[in-house]
Design a protein around this ligand. Structure first.
Ligand SMILES: Cc1cc2nc3c(=O)[nH]c(=O)nc-3n(C[C@H](O)[C@H](O)[C@H](O)COP(=O)(O)OP(=O)(O)OC[C@H]3O[C@@H](n4cnc5c(N)ncnc54)[C@H](O)[C@@H]3O)c2cc1C
Length: 362
């Protein structure tokens, strides 16, 4: 599974090249920064886990403070996890390029049409009913809005900001010449990329969840979430205080109860679905799409034998437990970060362990 996922980066790059899609793609490492002893301990545990799975499939290595600072100068850096084999991409350009490529070979894409129900061979929309031999549902974080799926994948908010382009002097101060994907090992982590135009795009969670699995479709970010993103941007890049932010937006991720993505196909009803990528679906959705295609065509391939195929996930708890659980988990994660920032001990905070258990990952 790990090898299939790692290979998907090459697959996406190959398709982009073959189709002539300009999606700002660039091969790079991911650097996951540790700025507290507890974060450094998590980095060491991640390396040990990678080695236990066979380091060749997902090689991860730890670098010390000096080497990390030479790659990107973040205050108080203690070390970083280096994950090779990644790629930076502009996902909106990828999706638009793929849409053009499939339309060019005759596929019809119907936008601005809301699906309200799916039954075998039949898809009901707000603009009429479609009939199809095979129906594949790929609605990810929005799936909870379909009848019968309210307690399926939980729609978790994720928000991003993007700065105005940084002048060359600022890049010199920060470093980041390898254009690595950046993350941190905070419990309420953030992630960032250096874009083609020399901006920083930084994302994180903010307000995590709306009662009743409701989703926002406007992409508007609340003031509290923006404050959190700005605080993290300035924590890691103090030189950016006062530097303009050009745009802020949010969307939802699909989170299964066990945090494991799935690809499922019912050959009798000819309905399939894929998703539950928990925020790492840009490459994963490619692997899932190829797997769903093989399943729908009735093929037996290495992809259809991957362990996520027909994996069963239990449903989330009914409200108000779901809301209380997610809000409680995020409050615990933030409190754990505060406790870890004060502590010199390498151990993970009790609150972080509690939050991991609440997420079903402990
Ligand atoms: C702010 C943010 C940052 C992210 N950062 C990263 C990242 O750095 N790396 C990464 O790998 N992933 C990231 N993700 C997650 C990634 O975007 C998703 O995992 C990925 O887009 C999933 O692809 P998908 O095609 O399955 O679903 P989506 O891209 O969510 O597409 C689902 C589509 O279904 C449509 N749809 C849903 N319900 C209906 C309905 N009822 N009727 C009609 N249409 C419907 C939606 O309009 C949408 O077009 C991020 C997500 C967000 C929101």
């Amino acid at each position: 599974m790990i090898r299939a996922l790692a290979g998907t980066v090459d697959e996406v790059i190959g398709v982009i090249a073959a189709q002539g899609i300009d999606a700002d793609i660039r091969r790079c490492d991911e650097l996951v920064l540790a700025v507290t002893p507890a974060q450094l301990a998590r980095a060491q545990a991640a390396v040990a886990e990678s080695e236990a799975w066979g380091g060749d499939a997902a090689p991860a290595r730890l670098i010390g403070a000096e080497e990390a600072r030479a790659r990107v100068d973040v205050p108080g850096i203690l070390g970083a996890l280096v994950l090779p084999g990644m790629a930076r991409i502009q996902p909106a350009k990828l999706v638009q390029g793929l849409a053009r490529a499939v339309e060019a070979v005759g596929v019809r894409i119907a936008e601005g049409t809301t699906v309200t129900a799916i039954t075998p061979g039949r898809v009901t929309t707000d603009r009429g009913t479609l009939r199809a031999g095979t129906v594949l549902r790929c609605t990810e974080g929005y799936t909870a809005g379909l009848p019968g799926h309210r307690r399926g994948w939980l729609p978790l908010n994720s928000a991003q900001l993007i700065t105005a382009p940084l002048p060359a002097e600022m890049w010199q101060e920060i470093g980041w010449q390898g254009h690595e994907l950046l993350g941190d090992l905070a419990n309420s982590y953030c992630y960032a990329q250096r874009t083609r135009e020399g901006r920083i795009a930084l994302g994180g969670r903010g307000t995590p969840y709306r009662y009743g699995s409701r989703t926002d479709t406007a992409g508007t970010v609340d003031a509290g979430t923006l404050d959190l993103l700005m605080a993290r941007l300035h924590r890691h890049f103090p030189a950016l205080r006062g530097h303009p932010i050009d745009h802020v937006w949010c969307g939802v991720l699909g989170v299964p109860r066990d945090w494991c993505a799935t690809v499922v196909f019912d050959a009798a009803q000819r309905i399939g679905f894929a998703g539950g990528y928990v925020g790492v679906g840009v490459a994963t959705s490619n692997l899932a799409g190829r797997t769903l295609a093989d399943l729908a065509l009735g093929l037996d391939t290495p992809l259809t034998r991957l362990p996520w195929v027909n994996h069963k996930v239990r449903r989330w708890e009914p409200e108000p437990l779901r809301w209380l659980g997610v809000r409680g988990m995020y409050a615990a994660l933030k409190a754990a970060d505060r406790a870890e920032a004060r502590s010199t001990a390498p151990g993970q905070s009790h609150l972080a362990r509690l939050a991991a258990r609440m997420m079903g990952r402990g």
